[in-house]
Design a protein around this ligand. Structure first.
Ligand SMILES: Cc1cc2nc3c(=O)[nH]c(=O)nc-3n(C[C@H](O)[C@H](O)[C@H](O)COP(=O)(O)O)c2cc1C
Length: 230
């Protein structure tokens, strides 16, 4: 949703932050280039170490998007993962509790029973067709700058998501397609000096789709915020 910019800045920002959520079903509407350029120009304001702005965006649409999705779906079905960045091995404690809650919300909304492995795989597989989004931004980062470049790129991805919400664009960050990072690099001519972090699918939300009928919660600030005064 697009906030009323005549309202105080905090109110407008609160709207963006509270309304944004991941979209897992898109319509066919293709976003126009001017809107996408505006979105990425806003996101480019992301701060980064030494202002190096180490991220790269490969925006894929039209036949190129369909080719990439088809290749990723086949890879998911019959090829071992080849991540550029190792995915988390296990989630522990509060992290696991939050992860399970998010997963349960999705499966409840889509009617997938937690023991229905085929249903869960089918939902997972939707990642590789970008949940039907007509355009997808592949985010990679120069590997030479080390792990802080990943921190910069994470900030950039968040900025893309906030900017999308502000402009009325539905979006979802996706690490899953990066499980075939080598394939993505090959398809888009992304050099070996870059690490594929993942994608951001962009488009218009299908508001009635069951996958869009749930919202995640957040930890209360005192679960993560430690005040040191004395
Ligand atoms: C770096 C990153 C990677 C993600 N990868 C995936 C993914 O592969 N598939 C997916 O369905 N959601 C993915 N998500 C979306 C998260 O599940 C989602 O942001 C989280 O559950 C909070 O929900 P919300 O975005 O609706 O607030 C990813 C989010 C981030 C930030």
């Amino acid at each position: 949703m697009k906030p009323d910019t005549t309202r105080p800045r905090t109110e407008a920002w609160r709207d963006v932050v509270e309304q944004r959520h991941s979209c897992r079903a898109f319509t066919d509407e293709v976003l126009d280039d001017a809107l996408l350029t505006e979105l990425f120009a806003l996101a480019q304001r992301t701060p980064s170490w030494c202002n190096a702005q180490p991220w790269q965006v490969d925006l894929v649409t039209g036949p190129a998007r369909h080719r990439l999705a088809a290749a990723l779906e086949i890879a998911y079905d019959c090829r071992p993962p080849q991540w550029d960045i190792e995915p988390p091995v296990e989630y522990l404690g509060a992290h696991q509790v939050r992860r399970q809650a998010a997963g349960a919300g999705l499966y409840r909304a889509t009617g997938v029973n937690r023991y229905d492995m085929a249903g869960r795989v089918a939902q997972m597989r939707r990642n590789f067709e970008f949940f039907g989004a007509p355009q997808v931004a592949v985010i990679s980062v120069g590997s030479a700058l080390g792990e802080y470049a990943l921190v910069d790129a994470g900030g950039f991805m968040a900025s893309v998501l906030w900017s999308a919400e502000f402009l009325g664009v539905a979006a979802i960050a996706q690490a899953a397609p990066a499980r075939h990072s080598d394939l993505i690099r090959g398809a888009l001519g992304i050099g070996d000096d870059h690490l594929v972090i993942g994608c951001i699918a962009l488009g218009r939300a299908d508001p009635d789709h069951q996958a869009n009928q749930f919202r995640t919660g957040r930890a209360a600030p005192d679960e993560v915020l430690r005040m040191h005064r004395t």
